[in-house]
Write a protein that binds this ligand. Structure first.
Ligand code: HEC
Length: 271
C-alpha cells in the first residue's frame, strides 16, 4: 500500500487559475500551450518545461509531523508551477573579447541558473540588479571565490574571469570596454563545459503575480498511515485579497507542523 497522493502532479489547461480576468487567463493558457508538460519526470527543454508541483513542491524540507497515538501524519505541501528553460551554452570568451563580453558569457554559464537570464533572481535566489552599489570589485571577487550560505564557491574560475564577471555584474562600464586578459587562467575541467545552461528558477505566474495554477497553492493534509488514506486536507495560509472574497487559496509555505500530545497542530514557518 502506497501513500495517497496529497498534491497535484501535472498541469493541463483545466488546472489553470480562473480567478484572474479573462485576458490574463488567455495569457497563461497561451503560454502553457507553448511549454512542454507531462508527468513529474518530463525532462527540461528549450521551449520550457513545466515543473509541477514545483522545484520544492508538495512536501519539502520542513518535514511533516507524526502523532504515534493516532497514527496520523500531518504534511504541509506546495503546489507551484515553475518553468525550466534550457539554452545553448555560449562559446567561451576569446582573446578578442572585451572584459564586458567575457563577463556576460561567464555569467550565462556559471550564474544564470540561479540568478536568472536578466539577473533578476527568482525562487530563493537574490536579484543582482544594482549590486554594483553594494560591493566593491574586490569584495565581489572574494564573494565569488568563497561562496556564501546557499551560494557555491567558484574556485574553478581564474582571477581574470572573476574580474570580468565583476565588470559585467557590477556594471563597471569603463572596465567592461577593456580587452579581456585571462589573468591566472586555469585549465577548464570538462565538468564545467556543459552544452546547455538554464535561464533560472522562474515561477509560472499570471500577469498579476498569482500562481498560474488554480488553488490550492498550499495545503496541510492529515494522512492515516495505518490505513494509507487522507483523513482531512485543508488550505494552509491565505492570500488577503482572495480571503476577503471568501476564497481560501492557501499560500506557498516553507515550514513544518508540530503536533502536541493533546493532538493540537502548530504550524511553524514562513510563506
Ligand atoms: C546555486 C545557485 C547560485 C549560483 C550558481 C550563483 N549564486 Fe550568487 N547567490 C546565490 C544565493 C543563494 C545568494 C544569497 C547568499 C546569502 O544568503 O548570503 C547569492 C548571492 C550573490 C551575491 C550577493 C547579492 C547581494 O545582494 O548581496 C552576488 C553578488 C552573487 N550571488 C553573484 C553571483 C555570481 C557572479 C555567480 C556566478 C559566478 C553566482 N552568484 C552564482 C546563489 C547562487
Amino acid at each position: 500500500m502506497g501513500l495517497p497522493v496529497f498534491a497535484r502532479q501535472s498541469l493541463a489547461e483545466a488546472g489553470l487559475n480562473r480567478l484572474v480576468p479573462d485576458s490574463s487567463f488567455r495569457d497563461i493558457e497561451g503560454r502553457l500551450a507553448g511549454y512542454r508538460t507531462g508527468s513529474l519526470f518530463t525532462p527540461p527543454s528549450k521551449e520550457g518545461t513545466v515543473i509541477f508541483p514545483g522545484f520544492d513542491g508538495a512536501a519539502e524540507w520542513g518535514g511533516p509531523a507524526f502523532d504515534p497515538e493516532t497514527g496520523l501524519l500531518y504534511v504541509n505541501a506546495n503546489e507551484m508551477p515553475w518553468i525550466l528553460t534550457m539554452v545553448d551554452a555560449k562559446a567561451p570568451p576569446t582573446a578578442s573579447s572585451t572584459v564586458g563580453e567575457a563577463g556576460k558569457v561567464l555569467y550565462a554559464s556559471n550564474c544564470m541558473v540561479c540568478h536568472g537570464a536578466g539577473r533578476m533572481g527568482g525562487g530563493n535566489f537574490p536579484s543582482l540588479i544594482g549590486v554594483g552599489r553594494k560591493y566593491s570589485d574586490s569584495q565581489f571577487v572574494s564573494l565569488v571565490s568563497s561562496g556564501r550560505r546557499m551560494m557555491p564557491a567558484f574556485k574553478q574560475l581564474s582571477q581574470g574571469e572573476k574580474e570580468a564577471l565583476a565588470a559585467f555584474v557590477l556594471e563597471r562600464s569603463a572596465a567592461a570596454k577593456k580587452p579581456f586578459v585571462n589573468v591566472g587562467k586555469k585549465p577548464v575541467d570538462p565538468y564545467y563545459r556543459l552544452p546547455y545552461g538554464a535561464t533560472g528558477y522562474n515561477k509560472f505566474l499570471t500577469k498579476e503575480g498569482y500562481p498560474a495554477v488554480a488553488p490550492p497553492w498550499g495545503t496541510l493534509t492529515a494522512i492515516d498511515l495505518g490505513r494509507g488514506v487522507i483523513v482531512w486536507r485543508d488550505t494552509l495560509g491565505d492570500n488577503p485579497e482572495f480571503s476577503a472574497k471568501g476564497i481560501h487559496t492557501g499560500t506557498e509555505n516553507y515550514g513544518g507542523p508540530v503536533v502536541t500530545a493533546g493532538g493540537a497542530i502548530v504550524y511553524c514557518g514562513y510563506e
